[in-house]
Ligand binder design. Structure first.
Ligand code: GUN
Length: 296
């Protein structure tokens, strides 16, 4: 049976380190790091994420500025808010929760964020720096969290075959770019497979490390996993509860029960990657604060 990768515990340890560093910097500078979170509309999942981000900030001693905007907010109104936040000294990090309503152009909005405050790591300047291996950038939070989990469970990453299922701009593509870099946290041989692959199992079976971010339940089953692989499940799917259809249950993209009999270690859903994502957001906000105040 696979060891369960306790993302919640690892995230709690890292958050405690962040909290201590924030407290020490506040003592020294008499200012606090600040994160602005912008939510447009009333998507229930996004509302939950935004609340969790606010709570995470509060616990770490980071000031949280939440801007909850009407679903009918225009693109120009949103761009004007971003411009204000870009020029607000107390705001070190800016995050616009995705997805945005359809009438707003996501690319234009993400490009408007000051790259130095782009703690989501979605601005093309940060994406470009990440691709060329310039560490003076912000790494997107979910792949960054995956990287930390992987490096804890795989001792020598050099030359390991990492197979990623899913090619999103938020997870698959940035993770591939991070893990192919020549450094101790990466140096993997990386394969990205996606919906155009005729047989995803052909690739997943070769992975020493398997990260699944496909956005669909049961995309990876036990027969598709190399024995002893480390499996990271990024999926978050809400399904009717098998015992009580009036309730819902969260499951990942991996058939956890089957795959945990084959893998050497596996993340659960919930309690795996999820808690790490917000932790890395706090880490990025702290980094932004330090850079903006010449503290590193
Ligand atoms: N929606 C889903 N994941 C993310 C994320 O990492 N950042 C933002 N801003 N929105 C998201």
């Amino acid at each position: 049976m696979a060891e369960i990768i306790d993302g919640k515990k690892i995230a709690a340890e890292l958050r405690e380190e962040i909290r201590k560093e924030v407290a020490a910097l506040k003592e020294k500078t008499h200012i606090a790091p600040g994160l602005a979170v912008v939510l447009v509309g009333e998507d229930p999942a996004s509302q939950v994420y935004v609340r969790m981000k606010g709570k995470g900030c509060e616990e770490a001693g980071i000031a949280s500025f939440q801007h909850i905007l009407d679903p009918m907010t225009t693109e120009n109104e949103l761009l004007a808010l971003i411009d204000t936040l870009n020029n607000t000294k107390d705001v070190n990090g800016i995050l616009v929760q995705l997805p945005l309503p359809r009438h707003i152009n996501e690319e234009r909005v993400l490009n408007a964020i000051d790259p130095g405050k782009d703690v989501d790591g979605f601005h093309p300047v940060n994406v470009g720096k990440m691709v060329v291996g310039d560490e003076n950038c912000f790494y997107p939070c979910t792949p960054y969290g995956c990287q930390i989990l992987i490096s804890r469970y795989v001792k020598d990453l050099k030359g390991k075959h990492l197979v990623i299922v899913g090619r999103s701009n938020i997870v698959g593509k940035p993770l591939a770019n991070m893990m192919v870099q020549k450094n101790d946290r990466a140096n993997c041989v990386v394969t990205v497979c996606h919906t155009a692959a005729p047989d995803i199992g052909y690739f997943t079976k070769q992975g020493d490390i398997l990260v699944v971010a496909a956005g669909r339940q049961n995309v990876v089953t036990a027969d598709m996993v190399k024995p002893g692989a480390v499996v990271i499940d990024v999926g978050v799917n809400r399904i009717p509860h098998p015992d009580d259809p009036s309730k819902t249950k969260l499951v990942g993209d991996v058939d956890f029960e089957g795959v945990s009999k084959v893998a050497s270690a596996i993340t659960p859903v919930p309690g795996g990657v999820g808690p790490m994502t917000i932790t890395m957001l706090l880490q990025n906000t702290l980094k932004a604060f330090k850079i903006q105040n010449s503290l590193m």
